[in-house]
Design a protein around this ligand. Structure first.
Ligand code: DHB
Ligand code: MG
Length: 210
């Protein structure tokens, strides 16, 4: 799914044992190989480091790939709350995040992401970095919660905003596609956000809460 520009850029980087372990455990456990793209994993680390974010939240853990990338950017004080629908996936992610040295920095919340977000909101928790990478139908609601839980200056990132070309194919009108279109339009037009959409890989939306 990567084009030759992306392949060339990725070829500049050495294999990363902690991230290779994630790919291996995904395969060994029959999980889909749909972690965030390599170049965007590196970008997540950079965005966390550049923003100084410490209280990180991701929606969708899968095997822990993005969680490791996020925590790498935050240093010793970094804390990640990782929401994952499936307990089996969260266990795989936990093993991989621990193996990468971040076991003390992560809290998994298993089950429906919206329920976990509602609970975090009720507890008055706040975050300065959000990575949305779960069921695509949920993206608009996840964005709404991110805005509600965000500190001023918080960063909100969304993966797969092109849905492998389905987002911009007007003939496609399924619920996940319409939800991602709504998410993208909201990211681009909400006056509380400064944003851009990166067109590499499967599209990445990046916003800062003003
Ligand atoms: C796909 C990729 C993803 O990163 C994701 O979060 C969901 C689906 C895919 O390529 O199908
Ligand atoms: Mg994704």
């Amino acid at each position: 799914m990567t084009n030759e520009n992306e392949q060339y850029a990725d070829s500049l980087y050495k294999e990363d044992l902690d991230l290779i372990r994630v790919r291996e455990t995904l395969a060994a456990n029959g999980m889909p190989d749909i972690s965030v793209a390599e170049g965007y994993g590196r970008l997540l680390t950079m965005l966390v480091a550049m923003s100084g974010a410490k209280q990180l939240l991701e929606v969708g853990a899968l095997g822990g790939y993005s969680g490791i990338c996020l925590l790498r950017g935050a240093g010793e004080a970094g804390r990640l709350t990782s929401l994952e629908l499936k307990a089996e996936y969260a266990e795989v992610a936990r093993g991989n995040v621990e193996a990468a040295g971040f076991g003390q920095a992560v809290t998994f919340k298993i089950g429906d992401g919206k329920a976990s977000l509602e609970q975090l909101k009720a507890e008055g928790q706040q975050f300065d970095f959000f990575f949305i990478d779960a069921d695509k139908e949920g993206y608009p609601v996840y964005l709404e919660y991110a805005l509600a839980l965000a500190t001023p200056g918080a960063v909100i990132v969304g993966d797969n905003v092109f849905l492998r070309g389905r987002t911009m194919n007007a003939a496609r009108v399924g619920p996940a596609i319409q939800a991602v279109r709504a998410f993208n339009e909201r990211i681009a037009s909400d006056e509380r956000l400064l944003s851009t959409v990166l067109p590499g890989y499967d599209g990445l939306a990046i916003a800062i809460v003003k």
